[in-house]
Design a protein around this ligand. Structure first.
Ligand SMILES: [Zn+2]
Length: 407
């Protein structure tokens, strides 16, 4: 039986697992061209039809393949029974690429979040699992559109009942993370990404000539006071041993240097790591907006759009993945960030773990126009996905699926 030098796989995962990791190495080499094709032909959120067809074509014929409305692809291999799902997101960002890569995109869209790497890694993992003579659990691939936008593709997958239809007992996700050193993996237990809600506050006042401000109720002053005051919600209402983020991203108001407009607005994002904190920040934001409006003799309207929930990694599955990664000699790190990912919707409905894989970036960072992950990125994401699959299959065999309470 072939084995990789220095790699010790725990026996509960069996010789099949050892073979699988050995096979994965060659499957990863074979998806390089696919990765370059996906990178050169990015499709933004809502336009992933092409990408989905490419992925479907790359998967072995033994996979059952189904396309659901909205460019959701569900592929499956294995007998009936509790299955393990791996999520691969397909969308690119509307960014004009500025890398020197020979396979750089030129269309104004760019895979600047590494989803091309994730997709190529998924195909390598799917081919590896399809080749296992005894697979430990059916595999369901969730080829997911629209991760980058509010109209979440993960939401569509759940609404379509895919978890029940395919008896999915655990969901695995993997994402490049340049904040971690390359070669490091992280599958920290509990909350790892924040809930992400967006807000918009509109102050409506009384317009006037800029030289006669006493005839106005100035919404620009109200907005200015609001932007400063809302920072005190985190500074003075959040336990300093924990944290939260409240960022104002846009301020709009006025069109002339010598006129006071009749309205002005700000938008921003709220990132929290507990449901209690999430509700508290929303309540305080409303109170601060109302107070500022009263002080400036303006009316105010506050809208909060609920986004992704907190992403919580299942503790038992995370521990099993860590054990397997450690057994392979990989470096493990604890990592949480106030970023968000719609993978959190799966983690709210099923046992799930998001594994972050360290990535050395040759240039740029996630979502930048020069983002260039290192050459080993596909291999590490594939290792994370296959390890997650094996660990989840092992746990399902022991305990069966467990559905956490929805947050
Ligand atoms: Zn992403």
């Amino acid at each position: 039986m072939p084995s990789l030098p220095g790699i010790i796989i725990d026996r509960p995962h069996g010789a099949e697992a050892e073979d699988a990791f050995f096979r994965l190495t060659s499957e990863v080499e074979k998806v390089t061209e696919l990765y370059r094709h996906l990178h050169a032909n990015p499709r933004v959120s809502g336009d992933e039809g092409d990408t989905l067809r490419t992925l479907m074509d790359e998967l072995p014929a033994a996979f059952e393949k189904e396309t659901l409305p909205g460019n959701v692809g569900i592929v499956r291999i294995g007998e009936a029974g509790p299955s393990v799902a791996i999520r691969a997101e397909m969308d690119a960002l509307p960014i004009l690429e500025e890398t020197d890569l020979p396979w750089a995109a030129t269309t104004g869209a760019m895979h600047a979040c590494g989803h091309d790497v994730h997709m190529a890694a998924f195909v390598a993992v799917a081919r590896t699992i399809a080749a296992m003579t005894v697979s430990p659990a059916p595999l369901v691939g969730i080829l997911q559109p629209r991760e980058e936008v509010g109209d979440s593709g993960a939401h569509d997958v759940l609404r379509a009942g895919v978890l029940d239809t395919h008896d999915i007992g655990a969901v695995i996700g993997a994402h490049l993370q340049p904040a971690l050193e390359s070669k490091a993996f992280s599958c920290t237990s509990g909350p790892v990404n924040a809930a992400a809600d967006e807000f918009k506050v509109v102050f409506a006042g009384q317009a006037s000539h800029g030289a006669y401000p006493h005839h106005s109720s100035d919404p620009l002053l109200a907005v200015s006071a609001f932007v400063v005051s809302c920072q005190q919600i985190v500074a003075r209402n959040v336990d300093p041993t924990q944290s939260a983020v409240l960022t104002v991203g846009t301020i709009k108001g006025g069109s002339s240097p010598n006129a006071i407009p009749d309205s002005a607005e700000v938008t921003g994002t709220i990132r929290t790591m507990s449901e209690e904190q999430r509700l508290m920040v929303q309540r305080r934001l409303r109170e601060v907006a109302n107070g500022i409006a009263a002080a400036h003799d303006c009316a105010v309207r506050l809208e909060i759009r609920k986004g992704e929930p907190i992403l919580r990694n299942d503790p038992e599955l995370a521990a099993e993945i860590e054990r397997l990664l450690d057994g392979q000699g990989h470096t493990l790190r604890e990592f949480r960030s106030y970023g968000s990912d719609d993978f959190a919707f799966y983690a709210s409905a099923a046992r799930a773990v998001m594994i972050f894989t360290g990535t050395e970036v040759e240039a740029g960072n996630l979502h930048s126009n020069t983002f260039t992950p290192d050459a080993g990125a596909i291999s590490r994401v594939a290792t994370a996905m296959l390890t997650g699959y094996l660990a989840a299959a092992h746990i399902l065999k022991q305990h069966g699926p467990v559905h956490p309470s929805v947050s």
